[in-house]
Ligand binder design. Structure first.
Ligand code: FAD
Length: 388
């Protein structure tokens, strides 16, 4: 058994998972975290419902990640294993609407975290708070603690410092320039699971929801709910499109199907009677007030042309201008490039230094897929170290 300490930087879900697996195998593990508490972003993720993974066959589950390496890693420690792990911590789960997996109502996010930290304590994992990573070399990691610079010897170093959104949770991406200076390839961080800024003609709809609609971008489609904001649109179907729109120059156009259960021909047939358009939209097509308000943003001629209106109800164009600023979005794309890592997520140029979690260059939609990949990559690197 290796008695040299394994040092993990970052007490988020990816780092803590690596710590747990290594400690269970008898390794001495020390975690260093710049905050005064662990896993602040993990707790923030629980604010709107603590969606820890997703109930889905693994074949379609892994398609949520473009990065092949992450697909393989998630397959090895999959959604079922996350549920088992939670169960071992005493946390029961249930499948919520649209397949999201949550802890049962008796467990708040803080209870889940506490159960996990208690388990880590039993395994003798020490978490040193108030320690900020500064740099590393072949055998030492340099940290700042209460204004003083210190160094700690490592046998293996796991970097688990997260992405760059929600800086106030500690994920401030200050590691980017440090790693770049070492010629480690970093794909620039970009907003992911982000709303879009839109044309100002939609801003008057601020606060209004469109439910049960289909958002499309080219051949990609996602059903769900969106909300108009003072700057544009938010909601999981638009977040889903981030990965595809990222490959194009803005502005790009998303399309919304406002009446999924009727074809364009059926809609046109309803509009062709003598009844006023506004009455058909409301009474016959049963469109929501928001959908009708959206159609009213069309110019008069387009609104009154029923052929065009039927088409537009099935394919309403929303031109989007940009992603929202990084700090306010749920996650970031980009990070340590796979080209800088070997098959064990170890830096090619720095033996014994591994990366896990959101700081690596992958992205995924919300719905539990982000946390799943963070857990899975923590397990993967820990096992790679155990087997090395
Ligand atoms: C509002 C919101 C909602 C979310 N909802 C969901 C959801 O529903 N489902 C889902 O799957 N995911 C969700 N996520 C995303 C998920 O929380 C993250 O993907 C996940 O926490 C990333 O884990 P990580 O361990 O890689 O990094 P992080 O959780 O970011 O942890 C990194 C840790 O490293 C520490 N650190 C950073 N730099 C240093 C340094 N220089 N020195 C020392 N320590 C450092 C940080 O303080 C932090 O504690 C949400 C995120 C947000 C913000």
């Amino acid at each position: 058994m290796n008695q040299e300490p394994i040092i993990i930087i970052g007490a988020g879900p990816a780092g803590l998972m690596a710590a747990q697996i290594l400690a269970e195998k008898g390794f001495k593990v020390q975690v260093y975290e710049q905050n005064k508490a662990a896993a602040r972003k993990f707790l923030v993720a629980g604010n709107g419902g603590f969606n820890l993974t997703h109930n889905e066959e693994i074949i379609s589950f892994v398609k949520k990640y473009e990065a092949k390496t992450i697909q393989d890693i998630v397959q090895q420690f999959d959604n079922k294993k996350v549920i088992e792990w939670l169960s071992d911590l005493g946390i029961t789960t249930y499948v919520g609407s649209s397949g999201k997996i949550f802890p049962t109502k008796n467990f708040k996010p803080i209870h889940v975290l506490k159960a996990w930290l208690d388990q880590l304590e039993k395994l003798n994992v020490t978490i040193h708070y108030d320690h900020t990573f500064l740099d590393f070399d072949d055998s030492l990691v340099y940290l700042q603690h209460h204004g003083e610079n210190i160094s700690v010897k490592y046998s293996k170093l796991i970097l688990a410092m997260g992405g760059g959104s929600w800086k106030k949770t500690g994920s401030d991406a200050k590691w980017v320039p440090t790693l770049s200076k070492k010629n480690i390839e970093i794909t620039p961080l970009q907003s992911a699971n982000s709303g879009y800024d839109s044309d100002s003609k939609f801003h008057s709809l601020q606060g209004q929801y469109l439910k049960n609609i289909k958002v499309s971008f080219q051949e990609q489609h996602k059903i769900g709910e969106i909300v108009f904001t003072k700057y544009g649109i938010e909601g999981s179907p638009v977040y889903y499109m981030n990965r595809f729109t990222r490959k194009h120059d803005f502005p790009v156009t998303l399309h919304i199907d406002l009446k999924m259960n009727l074809s364009e021909t059926e809609i046109l047939a309803q509009l062709q009677g003598t009844e006023k358009i506004s009455s058909v939209l409301k009474r016959k097509l049963k469109l929501s007030t928001t959908a009708i308000n959206l159609l009213k943003t069309l110019d008069k001629q387009s609104y009154l042309d029923i052929d065009n209106l039927a088409k537009t109800i099935k394919k309403f164009p929303i031109e989007v201008l940009s992603f929202r600023p990084i700090d306010e979005v749920i996650s970031t794309a980009g990070g340590v490039a796979f080209s800088a890592l070997n098959s064990n997520l170890e830096l090619k140029d720095f033996q014994n230094v591994h990366c896990v979690g959101e700081m690596i260059d992958w992205e995924a939609p919300t719905g539990g897929y982000l946390l799943q990949a963070c857990f899975s990559s923590g397990v993967f690197v820990a096992n790679a170290i155990v087997n090395s």
